[in-house]
Design a protein around this ligand. Sequence first.
Ligand code: PA5
Length: 447
Amino acid sequence: MGNISLNFDKTLGFVSNETISSFKDELQKHNEALHNKTGKGNDFLGWVNLPSSIEDTFLADVEASVEKIKNKNIDIFVVVGIGGSYLGAKAVIDALSDNFSQFKNNGNPHVIFAGQNISEDYLYELRELLKNREYAMTVISKSGTTTEPALAFRALKQDIEEKYGKEEAAERIIAVTDAERGALRELATKEGYKTYVIPDDVGGRFSVLTPVGLVAIGMAGFNIREFVKGAQDMEVATAPNVPFEENLAAQYAAVRNALYNDGKSIEILVNYNPKLHYIAEWWKQLYGESEGKEGKGIFPAAVDFSSDLHSMGQYIQEGERKLFETVISVDKVDREIIIEEDADNLDKLNYLAGKRVDHVNKMAELGTTIAHVDGGVPNMQIQLPQINEYYLGQLLYFFEKACGLSGYVLDVNPFDQPGVEAYKKNMFALLEKPGFEEETKAIKARI
Ligand code: PA5
């Protein structure tokens, strides 16, 4: 089936091959540390061998749960979750879906999201929408205590129980949470929801290959077995026994760190296909939360080209020279449009007649890459043969593996996120949550 590939030729005018290769031995040690669970954050390394440990019976169970809910003839499936309990499913579903899927019926429910913000308008409008629809939902929270999804689920649970009755509502809710701990586990047990477990040793942003991602991806009609297969193949392709010269994850980690040491502290993930927008959002969380600590870390940014060439293109071409780009380049698109001859040719586009729109997109990509490299922005390319379940499985596992390696090169613990607590503490203090009395007093004195 082939593999995704990495091309970093267009970084070599900025950092040398020798500099990149100088990370080789260190990366070998880090890769072994990931697999042997001897590095920093080693209680959160369940994702490393996760693809190969996924059993057929588990996949069959997820498929059966999906079928059972689909048989209720729902048109909407709501996924309640935030951060790592949201972005993976959103990224994969968007990448695989028709751009206008919300206006079309392909026989599968529309998967929509809740609890990923605290917008009152969003929740109100969602509840209004659901009043006249047939729906079911999954609520996902590893900790089971995250405010955003808990708040949304409290309202949506009331609505679904009102609409279908408590017993039928329980048949329409799947809870994905910790095996034992947390408020959501307690609630799911009390209400008798079908539940799936997020393994203890898999952090949120590394959880797309657990039920966190798989339930929603399956519900949207996509092949979770192919997705897992892609990840399994990439697990093998990036294992410690694969030499640096063939190991994409090690190479990506090496190039990023070589560029970072050379002052390139912002990485922009670029796509030329709007379906990949949320892959970049998922990637931003993965790298931002894993590397951004102890005053260190490459800042992960993203653009959708060519749209953003008309907004961000100027800065990338001529702004501060701290940037490098990583392009997710898709070889084969799914559809075909040939540009037609026009008798009047007022738009002067006849020179393109007979060519595909994708050809124009690819020339935009090539032209932009060359321009940005000329402007001082090193460029890497991740080549995706096609956007399908299999290659997305490869891509997401590749990014996870490279992230673990890259974080170890930076000498941080890539698997914690202590900084996320600061806003929560202030929010709870301002909301006067019981137990936060001291913090409330302190923060009120500052405002
Ligand atoms: O990566 C992470 O750990 C976070 O982004 C979490 O996924 C996010 O905060 C949601 O947490 P939870 O699943 O516990 O509700």
